[in-house]
Write a protein that binds this ligand. Structure first.
Ligand SMILES: NC(=O)c1ccc[n+]([C@@H]2O[C@H](COP(=O)([O-])OP(=O)(O)OC[C@H]3O[C@@H](n4cnc5c(N)ncnc54)[C@H](O)[C@@H]3O)[C@@H](O)[C@H]2O)c1
Ligand SMILES: O=P(O)(O)OC[C@@H](O)[C@@H](O)[C@H](O)[C@H](O)CO
Length: 540
């Protein structure tokens, strides 16, 4: 048997098993990274473990960075304590090819892991020291869309954000507040430049990230907690940059099937680590081979040689086009459609959904017919090739254990990016959004999903979502349950949701889609079996 915790004792055996090993001196890069990283990553979830860590290992192996990355959690310490530290921060990356091959590689590029929240003073102070150093060049982030959110659906600051603004940097509590406080420490220590790179899935992520940090910082300025010089520092892109990015790699939660396959190959310490939530972790990260990371080349303090890790460095406009292509048209809207309908139809694997001709037709029409017409090619990736590969290889990959339940997480946070953007783009291009059929069908499917009753009439547990309770209450208060198809009752219950521009980035009634979504919802909600029937009729 071989173990990830002690892999260096079995290097020869691992090499014989075909497991790729780090090329650089592991201990030296680890020591140097713990001493002072050049790269800190916030949100050490599965995407970091499968993708950013690969980039960092490639860069280190190629001599493009002399030290390891430090991973930081701000939200909860789970991965730090239960996933990183027990494995000395090492990761087994498992790339799952369509033919069932498991391509395995040990990634030893993570030097340390911290719970960087004032709740854990020792780790937080270490993080502050890292930020005070001019040697730190960049921080990357995968903290999910909600990690950047400061306001509720009514547009008001969350109470804990209002409180941290009133309390000042010492009371930083949200991730945006913590980042603003770390930047204050950096400013005070000499104002060295830095790049803060959001690699989360939403359009213009750098702009929105910057806006969120500035909202907190300007709140502190208004409350007399910081000086103008600090805000000037944050606003100076030559000192603090927020490069935009596009990231793509379908990275499911570690799956029992992967755990079993690895055990059968001789691994003895890669059991799934229970989290008590929908997400799962393990010593391994399972992912697909295809990956893209496109980043605006704006690093005022220099950067590791990211090109050696396959990163495409380019200008902001190209990044924006690549990202818009992926998150608003050619991948993520298709994913959310499969998530919503997959949960309703009892699927647990995306590849199985792609074998359903009606679901396959739905995602083809969503992508080719409804998303693509308003996509501008980024040049660095050809949209038609991208979506062709997605539909013919990536989504149907039977080896990839991706689940609609994973993708359904936080759907309320993704609506503006995945559908609102295209609806608004139709209006901007003088096209009639009211003619769209698949986007409103998915939104109606999401309302149907919120009832938490599947197409057989059985209750299911929706994936975690910060707005779930609020949205479910609106439907319940309106008397909407499975079987309710009275148009007036449905309208009264769903109108506050569909007209809310905080949720969709547009008022769907003004966009000419509200009534159509209500009609689709009534069809989908007619009773058990209605979801499959409507899909079969409309996607014939
Ligand atoms: N998994 C993928 O296929 C994939 C692909 C491309 C992009 N992404 C982007 O990466 C993000 C993370 O994906 P993942 O697969 O690593 O998810 P994950 O669930 O494995 O990890 C989520 C990470 O975000 C942190 N987090 C959650 N809520 C937070 C909050 N409010 N503030 C700060 N941190 C918070 C968690 O602690 C964890 O480190 C996604 O939301 C998406 O934007 C994911
Ligand atoms: O990560 P999210 O929650 O924004 O979205 C779920 C999936 O659509 C997403 O993770 C994809 O797998 C990813 O965007 C592929 O690159």
């Amino acid at each position: 048997m071989v173990s990830l915790k002690h892999w260096q004792d079995s290097a020869q055996q691992l090499a014989a098993m075909g497991v790729r090993l780090p090329q650089a001196n592991v201990e030296a890069t680890r020591r140097a990274g713990i001493e002072q990283p050049r790269w800190i990553h916030f949100g050490g979830g599965n995407l970091y473990r499968a993708f950013h860590a690969q980039v960092a290992q490639d860069v280190i192996d190629a001599g493009g960075m002399d030290r390891g990355v430090v991973v930081v959690e701000t939200f909860q310490p789970f991965t730090v304590d239960q996933v990183y530290r027990p494995y000395n921060c090492d990761i087994l990356q498992v790339i799952m090819d369509e033919d069932g091959t498991l391509d395995q590689r040990i990634l030893s590029c993570t030097a340390g892991a911290l719970f960087g929240n004032p709740q854990r003073a020792e780790d937080y102070q270490q993080l502050v020291r890292y930020f005070e150093s001019p040697e730190l060049q960049m921080a990357t982030f995968t903290i999910t869309e909600k990690g950047y959110a400061l306001r509720n659906a009514a547009g008001e600051l969350f109470p804990y954000v209002a409180k941290e603004i009133a309390d000042g940097p010492a009371g930083a509590a949200s991730t945006m507040g913590i980042v603003a406080a770390l930047l204050l420490a950096r400013y005070t220590a000499g104002a060295a430049p830095i790049a803060l790179v959001s690699t989360d899935n939403f359009s213009q992520n750098g702009r929105r990230f910057r806006d969120a940090v500035l909202t907190v910082a300007q709140g502190w300025l208004a409350a007399g907690k910081v000086q103008q010089g600090y805000v000037d520092y944050l606003m100076d892109k030559d000192r603090v940059s927020f490069p935009w990015s596009m990231i793509d790699r379908i990275t499911p939660n570690p799956a029992p099937a992967t755990e079993e396959a690895l055990k059968a190959q001789g691994w003895d310490d890669l059991q799934l680590i229970p989290t008590g939530s929908g997400v799962s972790f393990a010593g391994f990260a399972n992912t697909e081979r295809t990956c893209y990371l496109v980043v605006e080349d704006s690093f005022p303090n220099g950067r590791p040689k990211l090109e050696a890790g396959g990163v495409i460095l380019t200008d902001r406009e190209t990044v924006d086009r690549a990202d818009t292509m992926k998150v608003t048209a050619c991948l993520n809207p298709l994913h959310t459609a499969l998530a919503v309908f997959g949960c309703l139809l009892g699927y647990t694997k995306i590849a199985d959904e792609m074998a359903n001709p009606h679901l396959r037709r739905l995602v083809e029409r969503l992508g080719y017919d409804e998303g693509m017409p308003v996509v501008v090619s980024p040049g660095v990736i050809e949209p038609k090739d991208f979506i062709d590969t997605l539909i013919t290889h990536r989504l149907p990959n039977p080896a990839l254990p991706d689940a609609p339940q994973r993708i359904a997480q936080d759907t309320s946070q993704k609506m503006p990016i995945r559908y609102g953007h295209t609806i608004n783009a139709y209006a901007a291009a003088g096209l009639d959004a009211g003619k769209l059929e698949c986007i409103p069908l998915v939104i109606a499917g999401w309302l149907r999903y919120l009832l938490a009753v599947d197409d057989e009439g059985a209750a299911f547990t929706p994936s975690p979502d910060p707005m779930l309770d609020q949205l479910q209450d609106l439907l319940a208060q309106g008397g909407v349950a499975l079987g309710v198809t009275d148009a007036a009752a449905v309208h009264a219950a769903v109108e506050p949701i569909l007209s809310n521009a905080e949720i969709f980035d547009c008022d769907l009634y003004q966009a000419g889609l509200g009534e159509k979504i209500e009609q689709y919802f009534c069809e989908l909600n007619a009773g058990p079996g209605a979801v499959a029937r409507v899909l079969a009729e409309r996607m014939a």
